[in-house]
Design a protein around this ligand. Structure first.
Ligand code: AMP
Ligand code: MG
Length: 492
């Protein structure tokens, strides 16, 4: 049933990881399996067996050819450097070559203690496992680079957090789990050889167009490429109202994929200062602070590469600083493109940025829902009734009505007919995002009643985000005031 594993990471120098067998669980049960992703990864669909999948993906019987290991990494957590974090509850099984020839890593998250566990139990609660499953698959469907969810298996054991909760294991798939923190772990130990091995692996896996470069140019180009990809990623997050919540350097990938769905959430009502995470007390990772946080993380990445940039420390620092200072331009270019697309614009005019900003200002002042506002722009072009549906989202109808006059004028200058713009808007602005209150309902039913019906219907809706759903629950709707979920937790 499983494709064959290559053991690239396992074959790196021993100091980069720790071999570690998963800790068996009492009664593994497969509660979610992503058949489409399995197909992409080269699983044999005809040989699929839920019992065998549960045994393998709980860690009770690791798939043949895999060699479970915990990766070493460090990280800045909320600005404080921790020189040794590492996979304390995740085990890399190995890599598989997917149907497009790309290497993909399979990791079991929640598979038991590892040499990096410190005081932790190595386990994951069911709620956060299902949350990561839902949100990462929604992100993928929204077209945003992300780790994926292949499976969720309950363990039959309860684990103690604030209360006793069911335990589970998530199978996470990533193009790699290389993080800024992986580089930091070796840089802080002055292990330049290891940093170079990681950098070369990152180029081979994620930036193959840099393979022909050598020396300083090679690693400076890697830094610049990661900067560009992270800038683009954060711009894409912000285009859908996503707040990562824990943008520590150990959660910042080199591939530019979204990693770690602990306290993340999508905002409903637009407010650029929104924070959900209960541990982010100072708003370090607030919605509009995300570009700044990403740039800070990338500066930490740049520091790890200094010895590869130039023998002369001063010159290396200058090169790294110049690269890091380009982040705002990359971000503004990416976010500008995201916002123009959300307004249905392909052409570029000088005032587009201002037009977008005025809409955000109107949303903020009028307490409008971010996702629905953009989604209903298409309706505005179709009918007067559509226009009313948009305006009713705002507490301040005059401000949005006058903005719409300007927007219509701008749209009229695009070189295509209205139907094309309407189609463009509906393909860009999702109808459905995994709203926090719906995620909470789905998790609660699974946690408390072992009932996965809501999880499944929500998953079906969020993985077709550009379709208007017609199921029993209207997943487009923002929460009523008594349904709002304003706090999220790390899920460790
Ligand atoms: P995270 O919040 O998942 O990014 O994890 C941060 C660090 O804490 C990583 O080194 C994790 O491996 C570790 N960690 C999180 N939860 C646990 C747990 N239940 N047991 C052991 N280590 C954990
Ligand atoms: Mg993490």
């Amino acid at each position: 049933m499983f494709p064959s594993f290559s053991l690239r990471y396992a074959h790196l120098p021993a100091r980069m990881s720790a071999e570690c067998a998963p800790t068996p669980v009492t009664k593994p049960q497969l509660v979610a399996f992503n058949h489409a992703l399995a197909e992409e990864l080269g699983f044999d669909a005809a040989a699929f067996d839920a019992g065998q999948a549960a045994d393998a993906l709980s860690g009770n019987a690791p798939p043949e050819g895999s060699a479970p290991l915990a990766m070493a990494y460090a990280g800045h957590q909320f600005g404080n450097f921790v020189p040794k974090l590492g996979d304390g509850r995740a085990l890399l099984l190995g890599e598989v070559v997917d149907r497009e020839g790309q290497l993909r890593e399979l990791q079991l998250k929640g598979a038991g203690r590892t040499p990096f566990s410190r005081g932790g139990d190595g386990r994951a609660p069911l709620g956060p496992v299902l949350r990561e499953y839902l949100v990462s698959e929604a992100m993928h469907a929204l077209g945003i680079p992300t780790t994926r969810a292949l499976a969720a298996v309950t363990t039959g054991e309860r684990i103690v957090r604030s209360l006793a909760e069911p335990g589970a294991v998530l199978t996470r798939v990533a193009s790699s789990h290389l993080r800024v923190g992986t580089f930091q772990y070796f840089a802080v130990r002055r292990d330049v050889e290891a940093v170079q091995i990681l950098a070369d692996m990152a180029i081979e896996r994620h930036y193959p167009h840099l393979e022909s470069l050598s020396g300083s140019e090679r690693y400076l180009s890697l830094l610049e490429a990661v900067i560009a990809r992270q800038a683009e990623l954060v711009a894409r997050w912000m285009g859908v109202g996503f707040i990562h919540g824990v943008m520590n350097t150990d959660n910042t990938t080199i591939s530019g994929e979204t990693l770690d769905y602990g306290p993340c959430a999508f905002m409903d009502t637009f407010d650029s200062d929104t924070v959900f995470s209960s541990i982010d007390q100072r708003g370090r990772y607030a919605f509009s602070n995300q570009p700044h946080s990403a740039q800070w993380n990338l500066a930490r990445f740049a520091e790890t590469l200094l010895s590869l940039l130039d023998e002369d420390r001063e010159r290396a620092i200058k090169m790294a600083t110049d690269a890091i200072e380009t982040f705002p331009e990359h971000f503004e270019a990416s976010f500008g493109a995201v916002k123009r697309a959300k307004l249905g614009l392909l052409g570029v005019e000088a005032d587009d940025e201002l037009l977008a900003q005025q809409l955000l200002d109107a949303m903020q002042a009028g307490h409008a829902d971010y996702t629905l506002t953009f989604r209903r722009l298409a309706d505005v072009l179709e009918s007067e009734e559509g226009e009313s549906r948009l305006i009713e989202l705002f507490d301040t109808p005059d401000a949005i009505a006058s903005w719409l006059v300007q927007w219509r004028e701008r749209v009229a200058r695009e070189d295509v007919d209205t139907a094309t713009i309407v189609a463009r808007l509906r393909a860009t602005n999702p109808a459905v995002i995994p709203r926090n209150h719906q995620v909470a309902h789905a998790l609660k039913a699974a946690d408390d009643q072992n009932d996965y019906a809501l999880f499944e219907s929500l998953l079906a809706a969020v993985t077709r985000p550009f379709e208007d759903p017609d199921g029993e629950v209207d997943y487009r709707q923002p929460p009523q005031s008594n349904e709002q979920v304003l706090r999220t937790f790390c899920g460790t």
